[in-house]
Design a protein around this ligand. Structure first.
Ligand SMILES: [Mg+2]
Length: 297
């Protein structure tokens, strides 16, 4: 490792706010990840997914299909990952849904494939390939307050480097680039403003998230998407899921025992509902390639 390598590693340890708790992004060429051997998907899935099975493949985006980055706009899925996902979609044997914390149009833009069911805002929004949209029951009076809340935050607390990520149904008020001396008051006032409009204010790393006051999560969203896309016997179908964050655990719980799930993490001690831990986005790529070869023949 060269003299500049420790700095590069430090530069890669950047906290991002796409999720409800701090997560760490690693550089794409992270040495630790490349040193790890790839998971043995024959062993993990060989008995579960047979060549003639029809598959429901559910995936998170940030940290799963694409490396985490310092700003959501910088995230890109690799050409190879997109091609493999496209091949699976076009196989005629797989149903693919991407469930993300981003807004639904944002995640569709990042993936760029047509025959995928996209879900955004941790499952609050669903966008079907035919353009049909389904938003989970946010009370009208709360939804009507959303734009007013965004305006109020922009007027009062967006200054000295802070900004609002408007996800249409929820938002994240980011202040990691603001000067430290402004942050305590900025965060406290943002919390007050968010709550005054009937939204839940959740602290996140260098951010406050505003979420509508309804009980919903990625697990319920996955169940909803599978239930509306298949008949009531969808639980007999083969379901595979991969995600990298605590919000993905709800999906892992939901399919436990019937499906197969993978948690992307380098933390060997992490407790998870997933069937297996895999170390990196690259390992997800190899999961897709394994599935592709399995069902596309
Ligand atoms: Mg993620």
């Amino acid at each position: 490792m060269g003299r500049s390598a420790p700095l590069a590693v430090l530069a890669g340890l950047i906290f991002v706010n796409c999720c409800s708790k701090p997560v760490i992004s690693w550089p794409a060429n992270d040495q630790d990840a490349s040193d790890m051997s790839l998971p043995d998907y024959d062993q993990y899935l060989g008995e579960y997914l047979k060549p003639d099975d029809s598959l429901a493949l559910l995936l998170d985006y940030d940290g799963t299909l694409a490396e985490l980055t310092t700003h959501p706009n910088l995230s890109e899925m690799s050409v190879e990952m997109r091609q493999s996902l496209r091949n699976i979609c076009n196989s005629g044997k797989a149903f693919v849904s991407v469930i993300s914390g981003r807004d639904v149009d944002g995640v569709k833009k990042k993936i760029g494939l047509e025959n995928v069911i996209y879900s955004g805002n941790h499952g609050l929004e669903v966008l079907y390939p035919n353009g049909t949209r389904q938003n989970q029951g946010i009370p009208k009076e709360v939804a009507d307050n959303f734009d007013k809340m965004v305006d109020h935050l922009n007027r009062e607390v967006v200054h000295h480097g802070s900004w609002v990520e408007n996800k249409r149904v929820s938002l994240t008020f980011h202040f990691r680039e603001a000067e430290q001396k402004y942050i305590p008051e900025m965060a406290a006032r943002a919390t007050e403003i968010i709550e005054s409009y009937g939204y839940r204010a959740n602290p996140a790393h260098a951010a406050v998230e505003a979420k509508p006051p309804i009980e919903w999560n990625k697990g319920l969203a996955a169940e909803f998407i599978l239930g509306t896309s298949f008949d009531e016997n969808w639980r007999q179908r083969k379901v595979i899921f991969a995600g990298d964050d605590t919000t993905d655990e709800d999906v892992m719980k939901m399919i436990k025992g019937t499906g197969r799930s993978f948690r992307v993490t380098k933390d060997k001690d992490l407790v998870t509902n997933a069937d297996h831990k895999i170390p990196s986005v690259d390992a997800v790529y190899h999961l897709l390639k394994w599935i592709e070869s399995r069902i596309c023949g």
